[in-house]
Design a binder for this molecule. Structure first.
Ligand code: C5P
Length: 410
């Protein structure tokens, strides 16, 4: 979507992720938006007003009591002459200020004075993010109508810690901005749709697990595309490093058993889309302690049991949604296998993709990469889609789901 003519007021908070705000300005302007920037004092410790001003091609606002700025624009105009306010990085401090109505600098005053929607992209140390105070503030802000994008899990720049707290990538923030400013009709308004995404991790012992290479990109893109069409999307995600999609309610799980419970607790729903690469097996019982390597004893004989098939469970459930969509990643007999899955799992259609040889695994392949070539297999036959970006596959699939839901008798 083009952001042509849209005015974004970007508030940059003080955190190492402020460097990503520079790229965000570029990405927003590339799409036609004009970007006006407010920087907190702490933000200016990380990036300079010179770089920000050069990229935004505008004056950078920093002080509440700047006689010239207040005379010229003023904090009220600043907060109103925008279509959307974006806070990136949104620090714990900025969140706390807005949640409690503080207005002691330009950024917090503008946030309190605005009559426009606000999108926050939090970034902070994982301990700060999971602190009860921050969680409380987030809940308050959400209740007040503030939208959030991220944070994602990952390595922290400033320490060796890993965890939830890394700011969403600039392009993810741009997508959230586009979604919030999108005024196209919402054919899925009022429809609840469950989406599963990502891999599952099945523990072997407290430190080891069985996993697969699913990145969650396709499932998350589908959740975002459905939300753009107005659906109330409930995403159940296995462990991934990408951010929660904007406008979607996400539940995080680790194992297939947890994913199944989460999905079933979300029924009834109008549709369910099963994109997750659920591990087929788990160990019969995960060891309570780390399994030690003992010289001469050889490797442990892991006993595996089958995981529940979440899609098949929902496909045959008494609360089965009106539309059930499955995925099939195959290395051989793509269509034959997809047709068999359609029947066995009780799906209305299967999105089949070929993960053999060149199309397969890794940064350029289907699993992990950004592109996908799929076939839609249903009782009506097979529809081939050309290779396209995962976002485009998601948009086309969301449009197809919207069409189908209009004709499905629930
Ligand atoms: O049988 P297979 O794993 O190839 O089926 C893939 C489809 O079934 C996907 O839609 C996947 O999300 C779903 N599935 C599931 N639970 C499982 C295995 C697969 O929901 N345990």
């Amino acid at each position: 979507m083009s952001l042509s003519g849209k005015r974004i007021l970007l508030i940059i908070g003080g955190g190492i992720a402020a460097y990503k705000a520079l790229d965000l300005i570029r990405r927003l302007r590339e799409r036609g938006a004009s970007v006006r920037v407010v920087m907190t004092a702490a933000a200016r410790e990380f990036v300079t007003t010179l770089s920000v001003g050069a990229l935004s091609a505008d004056h950078v606002f920093t002080e509440l009591f700047d006689r010239h700025d207040e005379h010229d624009v003023g904090h009220i105009r600043l907060s109103r002459e925008a279509d959307l306010l974006v806070v990136a990085p949104a620090t714990a401090d900025l969140m706390a200020k807005l949640a409690n109505g503080h207005a002691n600098d330009l950024a917090s005053t503008v946030l309190l004075a605005t009559d426009k929607r606000v999108l926050m992209a939090p970034a902070m140390n994982p301990k700060m993010w999971s602190h009860p105070a921050t969680r409380r503030n987030r809940a308050t802000l959400e209740k007040d109508g503030i939208a959030f994008i991220g944070p994602a899990r990952g390595e922290m720049a400033e320490s060796n810690e890993a965890g939830e707290g890394r700011m969403a990538e600039p392009l993810e923030i741009v997508a959230a901005v586009e979604a919030m400013l999108d005024q196209r009709p919402k054919p899925l308004a009022g429809k609840r749709i469950i989406v599963t995404s990502g891999p599952t991790h099945e523990p072997i012992d407290p430190v080891r697990y069985i996993a697969n290479r699913s990145s969650g990109k396709q499932g998350h893109a589908i959740a975002a595309a459905l939300a753009k069409l107005g659906a109330d999307v409930r995403l159940v995600s296995g462990p991934v490093t990408i951010a929660d999609p904007a406008g979607v309610t996400t539940t995080h799980v680790e194992t297939a058993a947890q994913m199944k419970d989460a999905v079933e607790s979300l029924l009834p729903a109008d549709a369910a889309v099963f994109v997750a690469a659920v591990a087929d097996w788990r160990t019969a019982s995960a060891a309570g302690e780390k399994i030690k390597k003992v010289a001469g004893e050889g490797p442990p004989a892991l006993q595996m049991v089958e995981n529940p098939d979440i899609l098949a469970g929902v496909g045959h459930h008494s609360l089965r949604p009106g539309l059930v969509v499955g995925f099939a990643a195959e290395t051989q007999d793509l269509i034959g296998n997809a047709e068999a899955k359609l029947r066995k799992k009780g799906a209305d259609f299967i999105v089949a993709n070929d993960v053999s040889h060149e199309s397969g695994i890794g940064p350029t392949g289907v699993m992990g990469g950004d592109r996908n070539r799929v076939r839609i297999v249903s009782k009506a036959g097979v529809e081939e889609w050309p290779e396209m970006g995962k976002d485009e596959v998601a948009e086309r699939l969301a449009a197809l789901i919207a069409t189908r839901l209009r004709t499905v008798v629930v």
